[in-house]
Write a protein that binds this ligand. Structure first.
Ligand code: KG4
Ligand code: ZN
Length: 355
């Protein structure tokens, strides 16, 4: 027998066999399942993106999100197992995002994971979505410890000092809006579709990433992030430039392509500067770190990545960022965290709840 499972003692004994972890992620608007195998790494990461369902509303609609997860999860998990060339019987551990996220969406993933784990006598591990992002660079790179990690997504922007797998300190977090949220909200102000980040990047490239309007960087000497002030500053600047009507909430320069490019470019340069400024501050406090990782949906942005890479090169700091499929929400990062937690015997009980 390859392994022994005891419900009461709760240990897995694997006879020199590689651990296989099924990861499930449903915290927001992507239904994802992945398989991580010890020795092989990520062997599948199957995704159903709900972006088209939410586009109409300019943001994620929680009720629609949870219903779509419910419809898709079975199929996505089956695809992930098939692509990995394994069956549920080969899986040792089911790792699932249990926090933070939209309650209805999280519940679908957690209930599904519990059902599989219970029925098939597998171990269960609840994973913090943000820990998943924070270690996502390891899916493709050997990142040295200690390092600084910037996680920038639609829901969160945080900076961590990462000591080891599962061992990290929060250096700063978002006080209000996340960086991705700032991209999305400001994009909406100038009539761009959701999600705003990629649209802003496209427009900014057209004008060579110049800083036309010098939006405020909020130069407070602290490691926390705040982006809602930036949104207000852009809004007032649009009003001042007769480009936005506050009363009707209508953008008045819909056909002025150059103006939209200028707003997008100024915004992107501003947010990039904010990241650089925060890392500079963090390095003053933690000069011994060996690398910087940049993860989360916003890390898909080629301009920010290039700027941070140059910033690190100047300081002889290694720089790592995941490929786009592992920047946005994915289950590979959840399976990976599940894997190192399983190696440490950090399993969850079946009363695992969402947060
Ligand atoms: O990590 P993610 O897929 O989901 C959350 O956990 O929120 O991040 C989504 C966010 C959105 O706000 C989106 O606008 C942003 O990532 N994003 C970008 C780019 N691609 C996606 N932001 C800036 N530039 C991009 N190229
Ligand atoms: Zn995320």
């Amino acid at each position: 027998m390859r392994k022994k499972y005891d419900h009461h003692v709760g240990t897995i004994i694997v006879n020199q066999m590689a651990l296989t972890v099924l990861g499930i992620e449903t915290s927001c608007d992507e239904t994802v399942a992945a398989v991580y195998q010890e020795g092989r790494g990520i062997v599948s990461n199957e995704l159903f993106s709900q972006i088209d369902l939410h586009k109409l509303y300019g943001g994620v609609m929680p009720e629609i999100a949870s219903r779509a997860h419910l419809e898709k999860i079975n199929e996505i998990v089956a695809h992930a197992l098939k692509k990995a060339n394994v069956t549920l019987d080969d899986v040792d551990v089911v790792a699932v995002t249990c926090k933070p996220g939209l309650p209805g969406s999280l519940l679908v993933g957690v209930c599904f994971a519990k059902a599989i784990a219970w029925a098939k006598h597998k171990k269960l591990i609840g994973v913090n979505h943000l820990e998943g992002h924070a270690f996502s660079a390891f899916l493709e790179h050997d990142v040295p410890f200690p390092h600084i990690c910037i996680t920038a997504s639609g829901g969160h922007t945080s900076m961590y000092l990462v000591h080891d797998f599962g061992k990290y300190e929060v250096l700063g977090t978002t006080m209000d809006d996340a960086a991705g949220e700032a991209f999305d909200k400001i994009a909406k102000l100038i009539d761009l579709p959701y999600p705003g980040g990629p649209e802003i990047e496209k427009l900014a490239r057209e004008v060579n990433f110049q800083d036309f309007f010098h939006y405020p960087r909020g130069r407070k000497k602290r490691l926390d992030f705040s982006f809602s002030g930036l949104k207000t500053a852009v809004l007032y600047d649009l009003v001042k430039k007769n480009a936005y009507d506050m009363q009707t909430k209508i953008f008045l320069k819909k056909d002025d392509e150059l103006f939209k490019q200028q707003v997008a470019s100024s915004l992107l340069v501003c947010i990039t500067d904010i990241f650089k400024e925060k890392v500079k501050l963090a390095l003053k406090e933690h000069p011994h770190v060996k690398a910087l990782t940049f993860v989360g949906g916003v890390a898909c942005n080629k301009y920010i990545k290039q700027e941070l890479k140059m910033f690190c090169e100047k300081r002889r700091l290694q720089f790592y960022t995941p490929s786009a499929q592992y920047c946005t929400d994915n289950a590979a990062m959840i399976a990976f965290v599940g894997y190192y937690k399983a190696k440490k015997n950090h399993f969850s009980d079946f009363d695992l709840d969402i947060f």
